[in-house]
Design a protein around this ligand. Structure first.
Ligand code: SF4
Length: 315
């Protein structure tokens, strides 16, 4: 179980401990449930519900120290938002799919549903920290409570849940909360869903920008001002965030940071932590990070054990 004495309690900066992966309390569901096609993120083909060949009997990753070197960098950035331990310890009361194989099918069906719900809890909890969204805090609290209630449903109810409909309701409210928070920022740009792959956005004024679902893969965001930018669902793989200011960025996740490159000068919201693979130094101006090479293999320790490509098609 989580080492945190109050798993639903706050973390420094406003994060919730129960919405962070606790791999030691999970039966490695993210190493089993998703299917993967071999790619730069995941070195081999793997069928859904097939345990990764690197998974040990004790639910630990046999290559976690060398994930990047061995071709599994995607495993270092995945985040289940605490869904893995919820399914393992709460929904299935600590009975694992190896010792109780009759539970495997149901457990594997439940995990993606729970991940959706926990991701929504993460965003709702963040929206409730936005002072400017106070006019809709009541609605946010109601939806958070409803989402919490759903996570406690038994497996047979969870697999029947219309997650898409619930997600739509939550998304609408998150959008409103984000707009309230960014309302005072003049001239903010709208790049929702935009293809900004490899874009040169050095020093760009993206304060309060709408970057929901934007493709920022490999984008050069060095020194960019991303304060209060809405980054929900943005794909930040190998984005260069060195010297960028992400203070107050909305709906930013640890996984998005882990997938990007930054340095000591990158400014982060207090609820998130500087990825271990980012250097402690400030980079030379003009020195562009090499995509995918900034991470120290194994530097993420336990966290990397159960991590998985976060934005791959077959999750
Ligand atoms: S972390 Fe990745 S490589 Fe390791 S067992 Fe899990 S899926 Fe396999």
């Amino acid at each position: 179980m989580s080492a945190n004495p109050d798993p639903a309690g706050p973390l420094p900066g406003g994060g919730r401990a129960d919405l962070r992966a606790d791999c030691a309390s999970c039966f490695a569901l993210c190493c089993v449930v998703p299917a993967f096609a071999a790619s730069a993120d995941f070195a081999i083909d793997k069928r859904a519900w097939q345990a990764c060949p690197n998974l040990r009997q004790d639910f630990r990753c046999g290559v976690h120290r060398d994930l990047r070197q061995k071709g599994f960098p995607g495993c270092t950035v995945y985040d289940c938002f605490g869904a893995g331990q919820k399914v393992s310890q709460v929904t299935f009361h600590g009975r694992d799919w190896r010792r109780a194989p009759e539970t495997a099918k149901r457990m594997f069906d439940v995990f993606p549903v729970m991940r959706h719900l926990h991701e929504l809890l993460y965003y709702l909890a963040e929206a409730l920290t936005l002072e400017a969204a106070r006019p809709i805090h009541g609605e946010l609290r109601d939806l958070l409570a409803e989402t919490e209630r759903l996570t406690g449903e038994p497996p047979e109810s969870l697999v029947e849940l219309d997650v898409a409909a619930h997600r739509q309701n939550v998304n609408a409210l998150l959008l409103r909360a984000g707009e309230l928070a960014r309302a005072g920022i003049r001239g903010r740009q709208d790049h929702r869903g935009a293809d900004l792959i490899g874009a040169d956005l050095r020093g760009a004024d993206l304060r309060g920008a709408g970057l929901r679902g934007a493709y920022l893969i490999g984008a050069d965001l060095r020194g960019a001002d991303l304060r209060m930018a809405d980054l929900i669902g943005a794909d930040t793989r190998n984005a260069d965030l060195r010297g960028a200011d992400l203070t107050g960025a909305l709906y930013l996740t640890q996984s998005q940071l882990d997938a990007a490159n930054g340095d000591a000068a990158t400014r982060l919201p207090p609820s998130l932590t500087r990825p271990p693979h980012w250097p402690d130094t400030t980079s030379e101006p003009g020195a562009r990070a090499k995509p995918g090479t900034a991470a120290k293999p194994g530097a993420q320790g336990k966290r990397s054990r159960a991590a998985k490509p976060g934005r791959r098609a077959k999750r």
